[in-house]
Design a protein around this ligand. Structure first.
Ligand SMILES: Cc1cc2nc3c(=O)[nH]c(=O)nc-3n(C[C@H](O)[C@H](O)[C@H](O)COP(=O)(O)OP(=O)(O)OC[C@H]3O[C@@H](n4cnc5c(N)ncnc54)[C@H](O)[C@@H]3O)c2cc1C
Length: 352
């Protein structure tokens, strides 16, 4: 860079996207200060969260912001920011003036019946975490056949639980091509997981789960219900191709990660890989804007995606979603993506 812009940047959310933005600002050698605001005191490697059901501790996958802020030279403020208020009046909500703001608050659980395990509870509730770590030999119902539901189903099944997995659509992993869902389904059946597709949960009361498939309603007893029918991002923030928030009266607000939708040809999946790339991208956009250069266009396209199927298996694809595969090769690639992220957080430039 010819001249380093002296910027004061706020990053709301220190997950995959927000942290990548902070790391990229440092990598680009920008000359100002960045402050990460996060409701939690630690970064969660949430893509490994299913391992709680393997008996592993949440702390294994948490990195304190105190450590990360020293490693990557940003300031940290533990605070929940109201993003709706921030979009209306950034200075007031952040209690200070910033030259650019990056919103990366991720997604959260949808409304759930009482007494079920939700993703938010899995992330923050120590009692739920302990229950999940110690659950063996129980009857477990999982609502939602996306990556989270599938990953937990295999972990619970591997520890001798009787698992039923409900999905409202006609296949597992419904946001991907049929090939991935069908491969996961075949593996689930051989792992003893009962799968109910095209089935919606209508009620969860005490230990009884009621579901409906077409006109047929049925009930099943469960010791525990994991309720993960997708995640919500509120507000979901629409951005231009550079990651800049559209239709906002403040021109220097950008967004990244699960809570953002970029226009153009780059990938918008709610995945850690896309979150990291979007975070890096908006950091470059912020610097380009400050230097009055044309803003770069987000063009990231995922090369592959892997979902864990218990301790010894995984499913995923490379290059084309139509050729999904499971088994040892998929497991090695899933573990390689986790290692890549660990190296990134150790300070190595593994996401060029
Ligand atoms: C169980 C599970 C398994 C997954 N497995 C995979 C996988 O194998 N591969 C893959 O690619 N993707 C996977 N994903 C998806 C991936 O984890 C997400 O797409 C990714 O975490 C999105 O990154 P993010 O930065 O947008 O959000 P997050 O990583 O969730 O980070 C958001 C951050 O913002 C903070 N925050 C939230 N609200 C506020 C607020 N109001 N004020 C301040 N801070 C706030 C949170 O504390 C958090 O630190 C998985 C997701 C889950 C839940």
């Amino acid at each position: 860079m010819s001249q380093k812009p002296q910027l004061k940047i706020a990053i709301v959310g220190g997950g995959y996207a927000g942290l990548a933005a902070a790391i990229e600002l440092k990598a680009q050698g920008f000359g100002g200060s960045a402050t990460v605001f996060d409701a939690r005191s630690f970064h969660q490697k949430i893509t490994q969260w299913h391992k709680l059901a393997r008996g592993e501790r949440a702390a294994t996958y948490e990195l304190p912001f105190a450590l990360l802020s020293r490693r990557f030279h940003f300031n940290f403020s533990q605070r929940r920011v109201d993003v709706v208020k921030l979009l209306a009046d950034p200075e007031r909500e952040l209690r200070g003036k910033f030259s650019a703001i990056i919103i990366a608050q991720g997604s959260h659980s949808p409304p759930a019946p009482t007494g079920v395990w939700t993703l938010d509870a899995l992330r923050d509730d120590a009692i739920v975490q302990t229950e999940v770590q110690n659950t063996t030999g129980k009857v477990i119902t999982i609502v939602g056949g996306g990556p989270t539901g599938v990953q937990f189903a295999f972990e619970f099944a591997a520890r001798g639980n009787r698992v039923t997995l409900y999905e409202a659509r006609d296949r597992l992993l419904p946001t991907f091509d049929y090939s991935l869902g069908q491969t996961a389904e075949a593996e689930a059946r051989s792992a003893g997981i009962e799968i109910r597709l095209n089935t919606e949960i209508t009620q969860v009361e005490h230990e009884t789960v009621t579901s409906r498939s077409g006109a047929t309603e049925s009930s099943q007893r469960a010791d525990h219900v994991l309720f993960v029918p997708g995640v919500r991002s509120t507000p979901s923030i629409t951005c231009d191709v550079s990651g800049r928030v559209e239709s906002n009266q403040h021109p220097n607000i950008f967004a990244a990660g699960d809570s953002s939708y970029f226009s153009g040809r780059g990938l918008n999946t709610k995945s850690a890989q896309a979150a990291v790339r979007k975070g890096q991208h908006v950091a470059r956009s912020v610097i380009a804007a400050a230097m009055q250069r044309p803003l770069p266009e987000y063009t990231y396209g995922e090369l592959g995606y892997f979902v864990s199927l218990g301790p010894n298996n995984a499913v995923g694809y490379l290059l084309s979603q139509k050729t999904a595969f499971s088994g040892r090769a998929a497991l090695m690639l899933k573990e390689a993506t986790e290692r890549q992220y660990n190296l990134y957080l150790a300070g190595l430039p593994v996401y060029p």
